[in-house]
Design a protein around this ligand. Sequence first.
Ligand SMILES: [Zn+2]
Length: 200
Amino acid sequence: MFVGGLRNRKTIPPRREPTRQLRHRLTISFMTTTVPLKIRLYGDPCLRKKSVPVVYVGPTEQSLLFGLLAAMRENKGVGLAAPQVGVNRQIFVADIGDGPMAFINPKIIRKSGGDVIEEGCLSIPGVTVMVRRPEKIVVRYIDENNQPHEKIYEEMMARVIQHEMDHLDGKLIVDYAGIKEKIKLRARLRELKRKQKGME
Ligand SMILES: [Zn+2]
């Protein structure tokens, strides 16, 4: 997810270095990550597929997490999901400024409230859409170390998690656009599709 217009409405704390723990765990994988992951653009079939759950987080998955974090930072995003780099597995990373987090096999078990905020997406550069989402969620997931968690998230983090979870279901922000908005976006989306085709 890219914050886009959100920046004007809410103050996002400065990005910090990865927490020592995660950095340490991912150091081993760093050696195996040779090629930076390329972010797939609108039109790539991977963005529309449903992702499969992860059975066990091993070196391959940790390497993917590191690659996702690197690509997210490179593109100044606050979240990035595996389908966005062509991997249809239930994995995403997020960092809203208080350290990187890995979410694997996430499930929302409770939600409340509702808010409409402008969202951007690293796979759909140049496009923002007003998206209504619950403000508070309870999420069950496992982390990069196979540890299960059940946590409450609110506001910005709740939004990022829901945006990235949409990616795992093959859903994109443009799906939330109204008919008028969709017509306005048509040219830009066509342009992105052409760009994506050129990358294949
Ligand atoms: Zn996105």
